[in-house]
Structure formats: C-alpha cells, structure tokens
Design a protein around this ligand. Structure first.
Ligand code: PYC
Length: 319
C-alpha cells in the first residue's frame, strides 16, 4: 500500500478543535463492493463506517490527533440547496451533528475562499442545517429540530444526592443535569469526567441513545446565563459550550417556559468560551424548536497528514 496523504485544516471553536479533511478522503460516491451509488450523507457515512473506518481512527486519534479532536469530512451532496455535505466523527465513532464543528467548517471554507459572508446550507447525516457567515466572521447555525424527550428522571448514584435529569435531542442525544451544588463545576475536570460517566451509565439503562452528558451550574461571568461541562462519547470533555448540547438545553428551557422565543441565552463552557443561542418554535404542541447557535472559529493549521503503511501506529493508538 502507498502512503495516504490528506490536506486538513485545523480550527478551534471556543477551544474545541475541528479537523476538516478537505483533500484525500475516501471515494464515497458508490459502495466499493456492490458499486451501488451513494447519494445521501447518511449512506456515505454508512460506507465510511463499514469500509474506511481506519481513516477516521488515523485522522483524529493519537499520534496525529487526540481524544478531543472532532473530524469533519467534506463530501459532495445531492440535496437540493446544500453547498456541501459533511460527516462528523471523533475518536470512537460518528456524530449526528456537531455545532462547534459546523462553525469550524464554515471558518475553514472562508479561509479557503470558498464562501463569503451570507447564508448557505450544509447537508449532515441528521438533516439540512442553515448556516450564516457574518461579516465579522461570526457564524450562526440554524440547527436541526431539537426537543426534550423526557424530564425529571431521577438518578440515584452512590454517595451523591439524588440528581434530576432531562433527556433531549439537539442533533445528538444528551442527558442534562443541573448540579445540586453550584460549586460542583469548580471541581477538577477529572472528577467531572468521572461523575458524568457515572451519570451516562445510569441514564443509558433507560435511554440507550444518550451518548453525551451536560452538567449545568452558574456562570463565572455574570453576562452569561449558565455554565456547562459536557462529556463527549469518546470520554473527553467539550472545551466549547457544545452547539448540539446548547440546542438540547434550549429545548428544555423552552419546554419549561423558562426562555421565550427569540431571546438570547449565553452558554458558557467550562473553560469560559461562550455560545450565543436562541430559538423559535417549530411545533409548540410537540415541543419542537429551531435553535440558532452563534460563535466564531479560528484556523490554527493548514497541513498534510500522512499515513505511512510501515508506521506501526498508522491507524491510530487505541487506549
Ligand atoms: O458542538 O455540537 C457540538 C459538539 C458535539 C461534540 C463536540 N462538540
């Protein structure tokens, strides 16, 4: 086998990295075994997972990446009105949508001179996402329909007070917990990771689709409305406030009547970065909202990633 060679653009959104693969990705136009044409992003994702999962592992895992890295593979789209298809992935698998990643992709397309300020649509495996690049380089995402699936789920974990959780969808599935003690979010990240992991294991007994956990507490900056710690599926925590997680939070706030439509919610991350968010009702009786999430990304590398078949860690290190 020859070397594989990719052009990747690395960016970060509120501290959370996105590695956008702009050249060298696998051919996902048709199934490599049957030759069947693949038209939707969902079909391309299935093909990537089944036949080229090594690319995902090699591109985001150590030694070329880390458990924090989210990959974004740009793929052609046939969906009417969409400029670009995108498949998001991380160290352990694939993401439905990714808010910080979408903002990273938009800044990457701007950096490459492929977009100018204005609105476009991106095709993801969970649906079409409207995205606007503003003239100050901020990006606003009109995320997929988001909703709360369950509220006030009681979680009894050993040596902890009873926790009450919501389960909501914002392009990915989240378990949302308001910390009973405001100082919980001041604990070291390793303690928050282990607490979130315990919550994840417990909630998945009832809601196996959940793969992210959000812990909420008071913001550090009084300009903001809330601070969150977000556990991602691969065991890392989101350095950003998490775009899909903030969408899920808005769905809960809307369902509880705690936030009016078109009102800005400022979600602070555990490292102090902020996403501005608001929503409109899509279907009030069903609790479905259309969230908008805004922030900025910065490009920090434009490079070639090489996979050398003689490298014993060519396909990533598995911890
Ligand atoms: O911003 O939606 C997001 C996200 C998901 C996982 C990491 N970031």
């Amino acid at each position: 086998m020859n070397h594989l060679d990719f052009r990747v653009i690395d960016s970060h959104t509120g501290g959370e990295p996105t590695r956008t693969i702009v050249e060298g990705g696998p051919d996902l136009s048709c199934d490599p075994i049957s030759g069947r044409p693949l038209s939707t992003v969902g079909e391309k994702l299935d093909c990537l997972r089944e036949h080229f999962d090594g690319y995902r592992r090699a591109l985001v895992n150590e030694p070329r990446g880390s458990e924090v890295m989210v990959g974004a593979l740009l793929v052609p789209t046939h969906t009417h009105g969409c400029l670009q298809g995108v498949i998001f992935f991380n160290n352990v698998g694939y993401l439905g949508m990714c808010g910080h990643g979408t903002i990273g992709v938009m800044e990457t397309l701007r950096y490459l001179g492929q977009i100018v300020p204005g609105k476009i649509q991106l095709d993801t495996c969970v649906g079409t996402v409207g995205v606007e690049l503003h003239s100050d380089r901020r990006v606003s995402i009109e995320n997929v329909a988001s909703y709360r699936a369950a509220s006030q789920i009681r979680l009894d974990l050993e040596n902890l007070p009873t926790l009450m959780a919501d389960v909501a969808y914002g392009g990915n599935w989240f378990c949302l917990v308001q910390c009973p003690d405001p100082s919980w979010l001041d604990r070291p990240a390793k303690d928050l990771l282990s607490l979130s992991d315990r919550i994840l294991k417990q909630i998945r007994l009832q809601f196996p689709q959940v793969d992210h956990v959000e812990l909420f507490g008071p913001p550090i900056d009084p300009m903001n409305d809330s601070r969150s710690f977000v556990l991602c599926p691969g065991g890392a925590y989101d350095r950003s406030p998490c775009g899909t997680g903030t969408s899920a939070k808005l769905a809960c706030l809307a369902a509880d009547g705690k936030l009016e439509p078109a009102t800005t919610w400022r979600q602070e991350s555990i490292i102090g970065s902020v996403f501005e968010a608001s929503y409109e009702w899509l279907d009030r009786s069903q609790g479905h909202i259309a969230p908008t999430i805004s922030s900025k990304a910065f490009v920090n590398a434009d490079c070639r990633v090489i996979i050398d078949p003689d490298d014993p860690f060519a396909w990533g290190i598995h911890h």
